[in-house]
Write a protein that binds this ligand. Structure first.
Ligand code: KMH
Ligand code: ZN
Length: 271
């Protein structure tokens, strides 16, 4: 089995310091939390950015500040910027970090109910996002919250807007999206084109079980405070602790951890 790529979703757009003091906001906090995750075995850092007061933003300058701070501590980590941003942002706002030519960016592959809100990703938006990523040589991580989104990605691939082999992230357990069960994960894995790679991000208490399933099934795992703030019931986690646990589980199960360069080779990313 190929080595395990661990992605750490450092902060997201929704969780707050009120919920957990470990949620990083400032460039310094982001760099420190990224360093702990990277040292524990994360080769990809999934980056959203916040203002100092925690407000989510897609501002290009703020992204640059955060990426520079992370780079100083984690020189070879793969930076994956979010183009999902926060619910309600415009496409132009969300696409700003792609102008920094990151190695990877997320491409959210369809519209879903997202808790009480609606996360809008219309077909014309998907074409727009994929076109910009391709033009800037950015590898998309296709974020899939529901089965039909795989078909949107396949259609973009057939149009020549996403190169193969594609890389998917199944985000399972969002209220409004697919649940985080073994049956659903298996269905997703069987539905992607042959040769594709995949990661799973289980939301909340499903984070560790889904990561364990990925380790066993030959997929890759995403953990981090964006998706889950707890280490165990009622016990808050840091990003470093969440990554460390997955790395430990992988070792116990005989799966080696990919370095950033090994992750680049697996995902076909040329620096
Ligand atoms: N914050 C969510 C609305 C992504 O990073 O691309 C979208 C999200 C997905 O977090
Ligand atoms: Zn995200």
């Amino acid at each position: 089995m190929e080595k395990l790529i661990i992605t750490c979703a450092l902060t997201g757009a929704e969780v707050t310091k009120k919920q957990s003091p470990h949620v990083p906001y400032t460039p310094e906090e982001m760099a420190q939390s990224a360093y702990e995750a990277y040292s524990a075995g994360a080769s990809i850092l999934h980056v959203h950015v916040r203002r100092d007061d925690g407000t989510p933003t897609q501002d290009k300058n703020r992204f640059k500040e955060v990426i520079d701070a992370i780079r100083a501590k984690c020189p070879d980590a793969i930076i994956q910027v979010s183009t999902g941003g926060a619910v309600g942002m415009s496409d132009e706002e969300r696409l700003q970090p792609v102008e920094l030519y990151p190695e990877m960016a997320t491409l959210d592959a369809g519209t879903i109910n997202f808790g009480d809100e609606i996360f809008v990703n219309s077909w014309p938006s998907l074409v727009n996002f994929a076109t910009k990523m391709k033009a800037n040589n950015v590898k998309p991580e296709i974020e899939v919250f529901d089965r039909g989104m795989i078909e949107n990605a396949v259609r973009l691939h057939k149009m020549g807007l996403i190169d193969g082999p594609m890389h998917f992230d199944f985000v399972l357990g969002v209220p409004g999206g697919m649940p985080a069960t073994m049956e659903d994960l298996l269905h997703m894995v069987r539905s992607i084109p042959a040769g594709s790679t995949w990661t799973v991000a289980g939301i909340g208490r499903f984070q560790t079980p889904m990561a364990a399933a990925a380790i066993i099934m030959g997929g890759h795992a995403r953990v981090g405070l964006e998706d889950n703030i707890y280490y165990s019931k009622g016990v808050l986690a840091t990003n470093g602790q969440l990554v460390e646990r997955v790395a430990r589980l992988a070792k116990e199960l005989g799966r080696e951890i990919a370095t950033p360069d090994e992750a680049r080779a697996i995902l076909n990313i040329k620096r």
